[in-house]
Structure formats: C-alpha cells, structure tokens
Write a protein that binds this ligand. Structure first.
Ligand SMILES: [Zn+2]
Ligand SMILES: [Zn+2]
Length: 387
C-alpha cells in the first residue's frame, strides 16, 4: 500500500492549512491561534472527542475505529510552535509576525497530522482508538513534558506513541529512523563568575572576571576531549559570554556564561555535570574569584523502542519504498518525555534540499505531505487492522 489516494487528493488543501500556520507563527506555549484552528478542524472532521488545554495549550483528539475488539490505543503526536527567528524566505506565505518563524517545520507537522486525522475520522478503517496529540513548546519549553505531566497517557489509555519530524538533506517524502538512543539529552548551564571590579588600568587591585571566565571557557573543552571516553558522544558548547560592563576601562565585577551539554548516555551526562561544576568552581578559586554554577537537565535522551521502530520502518517502506538508518542527532527533542512514558518511535521524513531547520531561509516542503500523512494513517491501520 503506497501513498493513500485520498491523502494525495487532499495535498493542496493540507498545504493551504500549512501555509496559513506558517504566516501566523506562535512561540512556545503561546500557541493559542494554532490550537484554536487545530481543535476547530478536529471537531469539523468528526473526531469523537476534542480536548483543549492539555499541557497548557496542547490539544488532543480521539478517533474510534469501526470496532474496538483490540482495545488498543495509539497516540500520534505533532508539535505546533515556531521559533524566534526573522524569516528570510521571501515566500508568499512568509511570516506576518516579524521575529517569529516556522523555521523547524512544525507548521508542516501540524498540518500533516490534521490531514491524517481527517482521513482516519472519515474512513475509521481500524479496530481500536487513535489519539492525535498536538503539543506546544517543543522548542525548549518542554510542552511534551507538560502534556505527560497533565495525565495525557493515563487519561486516554495510550499504550504506544509515534512522532515524526521533517529533515532537510533527506529526499522529500523518504524516511529515516534508528532504534535506541536517537536524539541527545539537552542540558543547559549558567555560570556566574564574581571577582573584584575596578579600573582597567589597575588590574592588580582587581580580580579580573573576564580573564577568569576565559580560562573557564577553554578548560570546559577538556570535558569532551580529556574526561569522556572518546568512543562516546558529547557536546559542550559555551554559547554566551556576558560582562557586566561594556566599557573599555572597567574590569567588570561579574561575568555570566551560558551554554549547553548534549549527551546520549546517563553516565556521560553525570560525568559532564560534575566536571563542569568542578572546573568552573576550582578555576575561579585559583584566581581568587567565585563561580556559581546552575546546571539544569532539560530534555532527556530520546529513545526509540526496538519493536515499534521496526514496525514504523516497515510502514515507511510501504509508503515511500525506502527507509534508511538515520544518524545519531545531538539536538534535543521533547518527544523524549512521551517515549519515556510509553514505548513508541520517532521517524524523520525527508524535506529535500532545503536550508537546515532553524535557518531563516528554511521552509517546509509541501511535497512531503502525501507521504507524511500516509505514514500516520498506515501506522493506525496496520497496528490495529480492521476486524
Ligand atoms: Zn527545532
Ligand atoms: Zn522541530
């Protein structure tokens, strides 16, 4: 069973929904307009239940199959939020909200899951229940965590859960997936260094926080290169270096560093956290300064369960004729919270030769819609075949 005809026929309509979402991007949990459109459409499609406000602005739709002798319940999840980026695509459907942009294709994800929901509500050619999940705040806000903590899995008895993300660099409509750890744990840290501010011409009377912070930035690179087993993956990036004063003649009293640590293994994550704290505190102390470290574990490692991954790959091959092994990705993905709550799998659908996600010239490729929607629908129809 390749692309479903009904979904291919709906492509231009789904693309129009997608472009409307693209023109009106919303950030983090502030996805009120998007959630309103999603619930309005789900009701119009005839979903059996539509509930708003799960995980603040998340939306859940329930679609019962023709029968329910299997008792199975499958969750399908899309993300709705955009990014704080000034769009540079020049597309006719470009963002009408300067400084906000669908640069990660969540407009496409939302539209594709809506398309699949419409098809499933029309056909109901399965034995069990499909739950469509639309989450806010994937981009750092932990909307997936909020929905899970709000009782998403228990309330609807979800037994397994599937997710999809577009990926530039993979041919449009082709798929890629891998079992086990797939996306990295994304931790964030802040280091406040306090020394003794003063006149830049009298450094001997100061404790130079800029110098101390520079030593810390350099020393932190030894976590990856000297502390962690070289066959294991880790990224330590200092992304912000902020002094209290912008003047040429002031040694600032305080400097703030910010950054992120990405790992795929709990032991490496523990090691990175303890080394980072020790390096910051001890380096500062060596110079007579003080470092305060705030280290926060944000998204956990996203792990695809083996059997659902094989199943998801089989469905992808049936839909597009191909499903390759995806590489490890050191980015974070808050679908990890749903996969920690229930077994399931997360797949990549190709977006062709576009700019990378999070780039101001990125745009979702509407040609991926028939394959993406068909994959969702087939997951339901194959996992819970009509009695
Ligand atoms: Zn993103
Ligand atoms: Zn994304």
């Amino acid at each position: 069973m390749p692309i479903k005809n009904r979904l291919a026929d709906m492509q231009s309509e789904i693309a129009a929904w997608r472009r409307d979402l693209h023109e009106n991007p919303e950030l983090l949990f502030d996805t009120h307009r998007t959630a309103g459109i999603v619930s309005e459409k789900l009701r119009a499609f005839g979903c059996d239940e539509v509930v708003e406000g799960i995980g603040r602005t998340g939306v859940v739709g329930v679609i019962h199959g023709k029968t329910n002798t299997s008792g199975r319940v499958i969750g399908l999840r899309a993300d709705m939020d955009a990014l704080p980026i000034l769009e540079a695509t020049g597309a006719p459907h470009a963002s009408k909200r300067p400084g906000a942009m669908h640069a990660c294709g969540h407009d496409g994800h939302t539209a594709m899951l809506l398309g699949a929901a419409r098809y499933l509500a029309e056909t109901r050619n399965f034995d069990g229940t499909a739950v469509v999940i639309f989450q806010p705040a994937e981009e750092g806000g932990g909307g997936g965590r909020e929905m899970v903590e709000d009782g998403l899995m228990e309330r609807w008895g979800i037994q397994e859960v599937y997710g999809m993300h577009n990926m530039p660099g993979i041919p449009t409509g082709s798929f890629a997936i891998r079992p086990g750890a797939f996306f990295a744990a994304a931790d964030v840290f802040e280091i406040e260094i306090e020394g003794k501010g003063g006149h830049a011409a009298k450094p001997h009377e100061c404790i130079d926080t800029t110098l101390v912070a520079s030593h810390i930035v350099v020393a932190l690179q030894s976590v990856a290169s000297r502390n962690v087993d070289p066959v294991k993956q880790i990224v330590v990036s200092v992304t912000s270096f902020e002094t209290e004063s912008k003047a040429h003649n002031v040694i600032p009293q305080k400097v703030h560093l910010r950054g992120t640590v990405r790992t795929l293994d709990p032991d490496v994550q523990d090691l990175a956290e303890s080394r980072l704290k020790r390096i910051a505190e001890a380096t500062a102390e060596a110079f007579g300064a003080k470092a305060r470290v705030d280290y926060k574990r944000n998204y956990p490692v996203m792990v695809n369960a083996d059997e659902p991954t094989n199943f998801a790959a089989d469905v992808a091959r049936a839909v597009s004729g191909d499903c390759v092994e995806a590489p490890l990705i050191m980015g974070g993905e808050d679908f990890a919270f749903m996969l920690n709550a229930r077994p399931g799998a997360y797949i990549l659908v190709g977006n062709g030769n576009t700019a990378a996600v999070h780039h101001p010239e990125y745009d979702f490729d509407d040609e991926a819609i028939p394959a993406g929607c068909s994959w969702w629908a087939e997951i339901v129809e194959r996992r819970m075949p009509a009695a």
